[in-house]
Design a protein around this ligand. Sequence first.
Ligand code: CTP
Length: 205
Amino acid sequence: MKILISAGPTREYIDPIRFISNRSTGRMGYLVADYARKAGHEVILVSGPVSIPAPGGVRLVRVETAEEMKKAILLNFPSSDVLVMSAAVGDWKPASPEREKVKRKAEWLLKLVPNPDILKEVAGLKKNGQRVIGFALETEELIRNASKKLLEKNLDLIIADTPAFFGEGGRSRVAFLYRDGRKEEFECMERENVACRIIEIIGGD
Ligand code: CTP
């Protein structure tokens, strides 16, 4: 199968030097890409800026902003069997990024406007046989919030996790919520096992 995977953070520029981003390391998506490749799938990895190397044998597409990520995903989705959207897409971007470096000043109110919801848009384009898998990063109400995202974004599967996966923290409470209502919950799951389970599920249908 052809598996399209997004990973890492996005950057939203304030001026040519500064940007807004998040703590994503890209590790989850890169692991999914690695397992997918080892399972014999063709892999396209659309990645925001990260400091880890891409696994061998995957096609790496580097992006920075949410808009660039959206373009790369929309371009590659029609020919893919599965999308695994593990990127931490910035939900907002500066309303009017400055062309020149902003000079130091005492106080500054920065206006942000929403970025597109890439996953929701792409899931709306799904054809028969294509599957769309998302993640839900939650600090509270893990299952309830993730179930809501599963429905609202029209996904086949959502993996709910917590910021415990940030940085070196390799374990988190995790839940796999399926479109048909099935649910698998793990109190403490390793990132490797999450990636491995995703590839099992993809291969299992
Ligand atoms: N996502 C996306 N585009 C966005 C935001 C999120 O494609 N602009 C995707 C993520 O890659 C993830 C899923 O949507 O697979 C859920 O992301 P998450 O950050 O958990 O939730 P949000 O939809 O951003 O909602 P909220 O921040 O309110 O929890």
